[in-house]
Design a protein around this ligand. Structure first.
Ligand code: DAH
Length: 340
């Protein structure tokens, strides 16, 4: 029996020193200390010995049992420690790796153009005015010399909230709103950027789009001021080599009225698909403020004169950047937006 105990001791120590996992140690625990384990067996056999031997062997067996329990638990701790180290090593963060780049947004092309247009007019001494997008029939039409039933209303069909309230169809109502605030003082020299709404929807028309309005009122303002101001604007935004021409036109709120064309930015005037083979591109409407509109705003057309203009920002952006579908501005496709 003593030999058997010695054998158990030797085998167990060897096993423990070779064990590489908690499972292997548990296997040993069952094999040696378990209910049917080797030491348990020895202890059960004690009853067949005489009293003297029983005491001796029993003591040794119990000591071995305790010793093995200690060894098993300390080896278990060792292995757990090793496994933890391994796990930590596997999961460690390499702080020398470069980080993931932050995805930075950029300005929308319409914002860029709006800022460019604004800056050009600010350097010419204009200031920025704004007005409501939900507008009354009075400011959107009536005070701009477009009475009810006037055929000019047909070109600007809109979204009506009630018979007298609508989403504004242009930024021109801010002309009269501003005049009312400033009159009878002079000068008035403003631009009005903002969203406008019409019942239109195709590759070059959107139900919501952006305009910039301009208004100058002072003593002895002439058509020459209009031409000089807008030519400077065209050169600043499309380049010095661009040519400008004015064609007679009609707007109820200006007299005389004109449309300004620039030489085609695509073919430089030779004629191409972009300019419908005319060599020219229409970019804005303008004119001398009709005396009736001045009167609605609180000015006397005998004392002061003024010019006004209005342009579509999307159109300017399309021509400047060579974009052929207006809907791209509102699709929020990053592949498009990233290019600006
Ligand atoms: N409001 C006009 C439109 O949306 C554009 C316009 C034309 C504005 C001539 C003006 C102007 O101020 O003088 O079609």
């Amino acid at each position: 029996m003593l030999n058997k105990l010695k054998e158990i001791a030797n085998n167990s120590e060897k096993w423990l020193s070779q064990a590489g996992s908690i499972d292997e140690i548990n296997e040993l625990r069952v094999k040696v200390l378990g209910r049917k384990g080797e030491i348990t067996q020895v202890l059960r056999g004690l009853k067949d010995l005489n009293a003297e031997e029983r005491a001796g062997v029993g003591k040794i067996a119990n000591e071995l049992k305790e010793k093995l329990e200690d060894m098993i638990s300390s080896r278990t701790q060792d292995i757990k420690g090793q496994e933890l180290e391994l796990q930590l090593a596997r999961e460690s963060v390499d702080i020398s790796l470069p980080g993931l780049p932050l995805q930075r947004g950029g300005k929308h092309p319409l914002t860029l153009i709006n800022e460019e247009i604004r800056d050009i007019f600010l350097t010419m001494g204009f200031s920025v005015a704004e007005g409501p997008e939900i507008e009354s029939d009075y400011y959107n039409f009536e005070a701009l010399n477009i009475p009810r039933d006037h055929p000019a209303r047909e070109m600007q069909d809109s979204f009506y909230i009630s018979e007298d309230i609508l989403l504004r169809t242009h930024t021109s109502p801010v002309q009269v709103r501003t005049m009312e605030k400033i009159a009878p003082q002079i000068p008035v020299k403003i631009i009005v950027p903002g969203k406008v709404y019409r019942r239109d929807d195709d590759a070059t028309h959107s139900p919501m789009f952006t305009q910039v309005e301009g208004l100058v009122i002072d003593k002895r303002i002439t058509f020459g001021h209009l031409k000089g101001t807008l030519m400077l604007f065209a050169h600043k935004i499309f380049g010095e080599d661009v040519k400008v021409r004015y064609r007679p036109s009609f707007f109820p709120f200006t007299e005389p009225s004109a449309e300004m064309d620039i030489s085609c930015v695509n073919c430089k005037g030779a004629g191409c698909r972009v300019c419908s083979h005319t060599g020219w591109l229409e970019i804005l409407g303008a004119g001398m403020v009709d005396p009736r509109v001045l009167q609605y705003g609180g000015y006397d057309g005998e004392q002061v004169t003024g010019f006004a203009f209005g342009m579509g920002v999307e159109r300017i952006a399309m021509l400047k950047y060579g974009i052929n579908d207006l809907r791209l501005f509102f699709d929020n496709d990053k592949r498009f937006l990233r290019q600006f």
